[in-house]
Design a protein around this ligand. Sequence first.
Ligand code: PEP
Ligand code: MN
Length: 346
Amino acid sequence: MFLDVKRLEINRIDEEIINLIISRNLISDEIIKFKIDNDFGVYDKNRELSIINNLKSKFKDSIDPLLIEELYSKILFYSKKEHIDIIKNSKLGQIVKDKPFLIAGPCSVESEEQIHKIASDLAKFGIKYLRGGAFKPRTSPNTFQGLGNIGIKYLSDAAHSNDMKVVTEVMSANQLKENYKYIDIIQIGSKNMFSYQLIKDIAEINKTNNKPIILKRNFNATLKELIYASEYLRNENQSNIILCLRGIRTFEQIESRLRFTPDLASIVELRKLTDLPIIFDPSHSSGDAEFVLELSKGALAMGVDGLIIETHYNPSESIVDAKQTISYTVLKKIFLFIEQIRLGIE
Ligand code: PEP
Ligand code: MN
C-alpha cells in the first residue's frame, strides 16, 4: 500500500518534470526563432554556463551540483539539437565547426598518383587537412628519404585541387623557403623539437604570414621542454602554434609491441600548462594500426583539439610506416566519432 502510493506520487512528479521540459523547450524554440529573425548569434555559451552555475549555487544545499550540471547539459543540448545546422553556420559555429579537426594522409608522399588518389578519397569523406611527408627524418640514412621538393609540389596540387590544406614537415630553413607557398601548415617534427636554430629560422621565414605551425613533442622531451620550444616560436611573434603529442620513449618499449608509449595523460597536464591548441598523433604514438582507433577515441575524450593520423588506400603498400597506417574503414570510424563530438557543440 505504502509503496503503491509513493510510486504513484513519483509517476505524477515524473510526468510533471517532462511537461515542464516540454514547456521549457517551447520557450527556447521561440527564443531561437527570434534570434534567427533578428540576426543574433543563436548559440550563447556564456548564457548556458550562467544558467547552470546559478542553479548550482542556488540549490547547492539540497541537490548534488553534479546532477544539475549533467541534467542541464542534456536539456540544453536537446533544446538546440534541431537547430544545429543554423548554429554551425553562425559565427561561433564557424569557429567550433572544425574542432576537433582531423589531419590525415600517408606518412610520405610516394608518387603523384598516390597522393592525388588519397587526397580525393579523403576529401570525399569530408577531411580538410592533408598530411604527407616529402622530407622524411628517417632514422636510417639508407632508407627512402622522401621525394623532396617535387613531393611537396605533388602534395600541394593534390590538396588544393580538392579544397584541402597542406600539412607537411620541413627539416631545414631552405626547404621551407623553397616550398613556402605550397605549405599551409608547417610541421616541426619530433626529432627537431630541440633544434632551436631551425625553430627560430622557421619563425623568421613565417613572420609575415603567420601560418600555423605544428610543433611535435620530442619522444624524450618533458612537457616543460615542449613548452620552452614553443616559446622560441612565441618570442618571434608566432601566434598560430599547435602542440602535438606523439608518444614518448619509456621502458615499455623493451617488451611491448608499442613503438612509443602513447602520452595520453600529458593531454590533461599540458592543458594546465598552456593555452595553445593540442593535437594527438595516435599513429606514431603506438606504431601499430590496431591501436589507432582506440587511442583516437581516448585522446578525443581527453579533450584534444585535433588528431593527425597516417592512412593509405592500401596500408601495407606504404613505403614508410606501413605497420601504423590505418585503412579507410578505420579512418571513417574515427571521422564519425569526431562528427558526433562536433554535433555536441558544448
Ligand atoms: C611525421 O608525422 O611524419 C613524423 C615523422 O612524426 P614524428 O616527427 O612525430 O616522428
Ligand atoms: Mn610516419
